[in-house]
Design a protein around this ligand. Structure first.
Ligand code: IPE
Ligand code: IPE
Ligand code: MG
Length: 246
């Protein structure tokens, strides 16, 4: 089966997992795996732009990842700064706009500044929006949204009865993006790990045993092909969906 360019998801979200295990398999330490993982990021961003994906959200560092050994956290933050500054010219060349979601203020200052700079430099690009989830967790995001809404209610700016699906979505960090149609997780783990709980309510999930550093263009296109073979029913019956297509 070949990839149908007319049925590519607008928004794909990826849990990039398995760098540590990949490194261990090579007899190297975990950090080596994170470095190799950057090559996959580069290739997947380019492949996404090539097939016309409009939004690509990559889970790069979770709230829970702060609990890893300090050496690993420090190395990941350093890698992040180095990668962002190195890749910005190429992102620009490929028409990629960089954005970020998460508790960005909790990042080390140098990391935060580098990120903001790259966001600024790439802000006018329109081909693909690359969203990095950094110091992100869905429960954190939902708590923030609830606090904002509660404040608006208290200040009389929002009526309780006016709170609906849309107003909640508008208070999440993803308010500018459509919900992902496809969520990919590498490395054989079958869990969501606090990623986009609200936004993935009706996404198609694709799990693969491939470790992130081995997840490249071919594997990415395989995931999109799997998505294209599915029937998305949104609560309706298969017959209803077939009649709608006719
Ligand atoms: C994903 O790979 C990268 C991050 C979470 C930052 P891991 O570091 O989780 O690799 P494994 O799961 O231990 O193999
Ligand atoms: C999820 O991977 C977070 C990222 C990919 C950034 P983890 O490897 O941290 O997830 P768990 O803890 O094994 O579920
Ligand atoms: Mg992991």
């Amino acid at each position: 089966m070949s990839l149908d360019k007319d049925k590519v998801p607008q928004h794909i979200a990826i849990i990039m997992d398995g760098n540590g295990r990949w490194a261990k398999q090579q007899g190297e330490d975990r950090i080596f795996g994170h470095h190799e993982g950057v090559n996959s990021v580069r290739e997947i961003v380019e492949a996404a732009a090539e097939v016309g994906v409009k939004y690509l959200t990559l889970y790069a560092f979770s709230t829970e990842n702060w609990n890893r050994p300090k050496e690993e956290v420090d190395a990941l933050m350093e890698l992040l700064v180095a990668t962002i500054s190195m890749e910005t010219p190429q992102l620009n060349k490929n028409g990629v706009k960089l954005e970020a979601i998460g508790n960005l203020k909790s990042l080390p200052q140098g990391c935060y500044d580098e990120l903001q700079q790259s966001i600024e430099i790439t802000k006018n690009n329109t081909r693909l929006t690359l969203v990095l989830a950094l110091s992100y967790s869905s429960k954190w995001e939902i708590i923030e949204a609830v606090k904002q809404l509660a404040t608006e209610v208290k200040e009389g700016k929002t009526a309780i009865d006016a709170i609906d699906e849309n107003s909640i979505a508008q208070h999440l960090c993803t308010k500018k993006y459509p919900d992902p149609e496809l969520m990919i997780r590498t490395s054989g783990e079958h869990r969501i790990s606090n990623f986009l709980l609200w936004q993935l309510a009706y996404a198609e999930f694709y799990f693969t045993d491939t470790l992130w550093p081995d997840f490249r263009k071919k594997e990415f296109f395989d995931a999109i092909k799997s998505y294209q073979s599915r029937e998305r029913r949104f609560g309706k019956t298969s017959e209803q969906i077939k009649n709608e297509i006719k």
